[in-house]
Design a protein around this ligand. Structure first.
Ligand code: CA
Ligand code: CA
Length: 296
């Protein structure tokens, strides 16, 4: 049984939010190759009020274990704290999103502080719903997924080459190149698709150990000033054996603050710990606007 959680509340704003994000140029341009994998059906629109249109309404964002990652009020990001807890006093309707659409509707309880090694905010769902690594719960909104991400499964050799190049640059030359997800989505709605690539040699949601040469990374390929560039969002390289490695997955891509630009929600886990980070992408900048981690 997992014993959780120590809170590491990580907000990287402005310049600090860009640390660890490198941009490199690579060949090839994100283009729609025509692959159109089957999408999960988006069910009926919620009847509840829309946080994007009701002034003063708060929209909590919730990750696995019912952990509140943060919230949005009147388009502004709200960090986890007493103010946010006060705003989640009543029950709220939530939509559960996967990578490719809405997969459920639940009612969330008022947020309560969980007193453990460090406090975290929890919302419980009715009916009970266990969020996976590729789920995000957000207070019901009609506009959270204005465009639906498409999972590309064919013609990914170019992305494998980019992963190989990145690994070699980071001292990993003898490993299996494994691209787990290639996600095509027009983040801004400007007519040009962006591509999110998740590559990892680690298996499962909480791998116990990493062999030498293991890795987990998520990067964005985006057309910037006429060139397709790689913007690294999260990266872990294991040049030696390690216990309790970190693994990253894209949980969903949603417009959480209602400005028309979709944010990339990244789930991260290690043995007995997990986190979620909300990335806002503007031009060639990637910024973590919300982040929350819990673990031992
Ligand atoms: Ca775009
Ligand atoms: Ca947005």
């Amino acid at each position: 049984m997992k014993k959780m959680w120590v809170v590491l509340f990580i907000i990287m704003l402005l310049c600090s939010g860009c640390s660890g994000i490198s941009i490199t140029t690579c060949s090839g341009e994100p283009q729609n190759d025509g692959s159109d994998n089957k999408q999960e059906e988006i069910t009926s629109e919620p009847e509840s009020s829309d946080h994007n249109t009701v002034p003063g309404s708060v929209c909590p964002i919730i990750s696995g274990a019912g952990c509140v990652v943060g919230g949005v009020k009147d388009g502004e990001w709200l960090e986890v704290g007493d103010e946010l807890q006060e705003l989640i006093k009543g029950e709220k309707k939530y939509n559960i999103y996967s990578l490719t659409g809405k997969v459920g509707e639940v009612t969330g309880s008022p947020a309560v502080w969980v007193q453990e090694a460090v406090e975290w905010l929890r919302v419980e769902f009715a009916p009970e719903y266990n969020l996976t690594a590729e789920n995000v719960a957000m207070a019901a909104s009609r506009t959270a997924m204005p465009r639906v991400p498409v999972m590309q499964k064919d013609n990914i050799e170019g992305y494998e080459q980019e992963v190989k190049r990145i690994l070699e640059k980071n001292g990993i030359t003898d490993t299996v190149i494994k691209v787990n997800r290639v996600i095509r989505i027009d983040l801004e709605g400007d007519g040009t698709e962006e591509v999110i690539v998740n590559a990892s040699s680690l298996e499962g949601e909480t791998p116990i150990k990493a062999q030498k040469g293991a890795y987990s990374m998520i990067f964005l390929r985006k057309l910037i000033d006429g060139k397709v560039k790689t913007m690294m969002l999260r990266e872990e390289y294991y040049t030696d054996y390690l216990e309790a490695p970190v693994i990253n997955k894209v949980a969903s891509v949603l417009d959480a603050n209602g400005d028309g630009v979709m944010e990339i929600m990244i789930w991260e886990a290690y043995y007995e710990g997990e986190a979620m980070y909300v990335y806002e992408i503007k031009d060639d900048m990637a910024k973590i606007v919300l982040g929350f981690a819990i673990g031992t």
